[in-house]
Design a protein around this ligand. Structure first.
Ligand code: ME8
Length: 633
């Protein structure tokens, strides 16, 4: 019995909600996990969150909550997103999990006893944003990038990991394991870094409290990266070590390809088989990041469906390279490949099988050279797709498959089945064409099931299967096997996107990024007496849930705690706010406003918001320590 395929993503910091960068990494892992299951392997896929460290401690302090409370809030965004997207991880690990804390302390102690960890003093520069000490050389790089303000001078007592002792062993290991880091050009960067010399690594801090204490010396907490990397160990089920594939962004390759294997060597453990470093999704020339205000959230794209986003990620990004994101490119790709491309081919094929053969897939008794060429091409495309996907290159795999789908379009044009159908003498030729198209679609459903689970299942079912495509394995699959049953009605696989309409909405920037609003100050309204004013019941509310009202780009349905009770309130703020941005916000509610129906939903109350000339809402927010139910007067 081969060992289960163990696959990991980085664990994400809890200082931000997930954006499409984090989503991309997790989708890539999920696609690979599903692919390996269809190869008949048992797969463990681990993801989670990295919750300790100074940044979280500070962000929580600024909001007057504990770091754990802050972490819980952000973690929910991740777990809910992954659930909504149907990710197939077996565990969502948090570095605040008890078993993880125990694991980190145990390993720290073991390496301390062994002499690989020792106590000394660190003096030098520290990057607050990276939570890492930096060498002179790295400091110069940061200065060149204008990031020097993130550096501080530090002198502190610290525990060191004897990284320098592992330089030669690492280089030897790299030499003997050419598959250890992919892609190769990144592996070369890693080798050069290690060849340039490794210094011992400080792995504890006394300046922070939010972390795992050093066992027996509790004024030290364990450095976030030592803590974080060990999640892969904590989360590994008994029979699965070492990881077969660890997916990371290129930003954190050094930690995974240098520090992490050195820790494992020190612990006397096997090293992961492959660290796969992918590139970045860029906006223009820049990395997507909250501080640059150029972040695209998955919510914005998931309106087009989970599979659409997964397909776009896999089709567009060549693993290892950077890729510019654009809404237009996103929609063009989906329209071309899913609405046209595959969608079109499937609906044409199914309607022809219905129209000409009553839904029963014919057997190809006689094939002419063109039919045979198409059938043979499938025999090549299928294993080629599997090979590329096995090498984690879904970009290339999908390219090969879609080139074949385009060739099939040409095949239909040449064969002209609508003409063949007019004369029974052409029956054998028409049978061959229909059978070839059917087989190609059936193979496609199987191949794309790990990339687009729902779409593949719809296609699989409409081809007459009553099984789950995801439970079918590639091995031994008969590409020329007979059809299982009659085909179903052609259902559109993917709804064409109205690009112009969508562009208007999508291009509306996130609230943080909008230009300063202009305002012609409106005239003062008529005077009211105090009694009239106090009739209005204004109180503090807290938004507990928020979701878009289907078919409306403006309305958001919220559940708001107003102290007395929880209310459903529908607000026209959807163009200015994402539902996820509204969660846990304190707002001011007009609580005694007569209820009214908005798109069939009864809204009981209203949120106070300021408004500019363009009627863009700006929610009024009470001070952070106000409580739901407080009267506003
Ligand atoms: O680094 N394009 O967490 P993190 C593609 N906690 N992928 C991107 C991306 C982008 N623009 N931005 C982020 C950490 N990512 C540590 C990891 S692991 C033991 C600890 C993805 O929240 C990419 O996978 O900053 C990157 O490596 C990861 O998010 C960083 O997530």
């Amino acid at each position: 019995m081969p060992k289960p395929f163990y696959l990991t993503t980085p664990i994400y910091y809890v200082n931000d909600r997930p954006h499409i960068g984090h989503t991309y990494t997790t989708v890539l892992a999920d696609v690979i996990a599903r692919f390996h299951r269809m190869r008949g392997e048992q797969v463990y896929f681990l993801t989670g969150t990295d919750e300790h460290g100074q940044k979280v401690e500070k962000a929580a302090a600024a909001r007057g909550i504990t770091p754990k409370e802050l972490a819980n809030e952000v973690v929910a965004n991740y777990t809910e997103l992954w659930k909504r997207m149907g990710m197939t991880h077996f565990r969502f690990i948090r570095t605040t999990d008890e078993d993880h804390k125990a694991q980190v302390q145990r390993l720290f102690k073991r390496l301390l006893d062994k002499g690989d960890i020792y106590k000394s003093t660190y003096k030098g520069l520290y990057s607050v944003s990276d939570e890492a000490y930096v060498t002179e050389l790295q400091a110069k790089e940061l200065q060149a990038q204008g990031l020097a303000h993130q550096l501080v001078e530090l002198e502190e007592e610290t525990y060191f990991f004897r990284l320098s002792a592992y330089q030669d062993r690492l280089l030897k290991y790299y030499e003997e394991h050419p598959e250890f880091v992919q892609p190769e050009f990144r592996f070369n960067e890693v080798k050069r870094f290690v060849e340039s010399g490794l210094q011992d690594l400080s792995i504890s801090r006394t300046s922070i409290t939010w972390g795992i204490p050093v066992p027996g010396d509790e004024k030290h907490v364990i450095y976030v990266w030592f803590d974080a990397l060990l999640n892969y160990l904590t989360g590994c089920p008994g029979d699965s070590w070492p990881p077969d594939l660890q997916i990371v962004g290129k930003d954190i390759l050094r930690f995974h390809a240098v520090y992490w294997p050195a820790f494992l060597m020190a612990a006397g453990m096997f090293l992961p088989t492959t660290i796969l470093a992918h590139g970045w999704w860029l906006m223009g020339e820049d990395k997507m990041s909250k501080s640059r205000g150029n972040v695209v959230r998955p919510d914005t794209l998931l309106r087009f469906g989970n599979d659409a986003l997964r397909f776009y990620f896999m089709r567009e990004m060549q693993v290892g390279h950077d890729r510019g994101f654009s809404f237009e490119g996103f929609m063009d790709r989906l329209n071309a490949d899913l609405a046209n491309g595959l969608g079109n081919l499937a609906s044409r094929t199914l309607s022809m099988i219905h129209r000409y053969r009553g839904g029963v897939v014919p057997l190809p008794i006689a094939m002419d050279p063109l039919d045979r060429a198409m059938a043979e091409q499938l025999l090549e495309v299928f294993p080629e797709y599997l090979e590329q996907a096995r090498a984690n290159d879904f970009h290339a795999a999908l390219e090969v498959l879609w080139a074949y789908l385009r060739a099939l379009d040409g095949y239909i044009v040449k064969a002209e089945p609508w003409k063949l159908a007019k004369d029974p003498a052409n029956d054998p030729k028409l049978d061959a064409v229909l059978a070839n198209l059917y087989r190609a679609l059936r193979a496609t459903a199987l191949l794309v099931a790990s990339v687009m689970p729902e779409l593949a299942q719809t296609l699989w079912a409409s081809l007459g299967h009553d099984t789950q495509v995801a439970e079918t394995t590639f091995h031994g699959f008969a590409l020329d096997g007979p059809a299982i049953g009659p085909v179903g009605d052609p259902k559109p696989l993917f709804q064409r996107i109205d690009k112009e309409k969508e562009m208007e909405e999508l291009m509306a920037p996130e609230p943080v990024a909008v230009a300063k609003p202009s305002l012609d100050v409106p005239e003062l309204r008529e005077t009211v007496d105090a009694d009239t004013f106090f009739k209005v019941d204004l109180r503090v509310g807290k938004i507990l849930e928020a979701e878009r009202v289907p078919k409306s780009d403006k309305l958001i349905r919220m559940k708001v705690d107003i102290g007395l009770e929880q209310r459903t309130i529908v607000g026209g703020i959807g163009k200015a706010y994402e539902p996820a941005d509204l969660l846990n916000r304190l707002v001011v509610v007009v609580a005694n406003l007569a209820p009214r129906k908005l798109m069939g939903i009864e809204s009981h109350g209203m949120l106070l918001a300021a408004s500019d000339n363009a009627s863009k809402p700006y929610l009024v927010a009470p001070q952070a320590d106000a409580q739901p139910g407080f009267l506003v007067k």
